[in-house]
Design a protein around this ligand. Sequence first.
Ligand SMILES: [Zn+2]
Length: 189
Amino acid sequence: MNFNSHTDGVVAVAVGLVNALTEGEARGRSYEPPTGEARAAAVAGVLATGDRRAPTVTEAEAGALAEVAGRLRGVFEAVTRGDVDAAALTVNGLLAETDARPHLDRHDGEPWHLHFHGAGGTLAGNYAASCATGLAVVLGGELHDRLGVCTAPHCDRVYVDTSRNGTRRFCSTACQNRVKTAAFRARGA
Ligand SMILES: [Zn+2]
């Protein structure tokens, strides 16, 4: 299932930034996000999922995106508790602050495609605008409930459900397997 290829890419980046940069729990353990150089490297890794090449990310840009990631997490959490109004308000706030604007671009031999750039032209500003726009496209469509927070115990990593029937509940196969194994043990006991 696809929103469109660029939207899918930036929504995947939003998921990656939230999961890499916000504290909480991940796959059964407490999660402390990296700082300094490690945080910049983590952001570069996430952005490489949306772009072909990993961009150069400064520590300042990684810090700016960590702040954005905290607010993006709020969008996933609001949708999960059924409060789409709160999710929409947060996304509208980010769209306004980042001055997100659509822009057709053509580079590296690709056909024209839509980018969502922000004011300022910084890497962090552009990705904040892109992520906000990607989530806006999801929230504004019929698949607006496809943003989720993992339901496995001791995990609060987020995901976007791109399955055909929309039945995803976990951030990863690791969490899915943890829950399956626990249920199997409970039946055996
Ligand atoms: Zn999980």
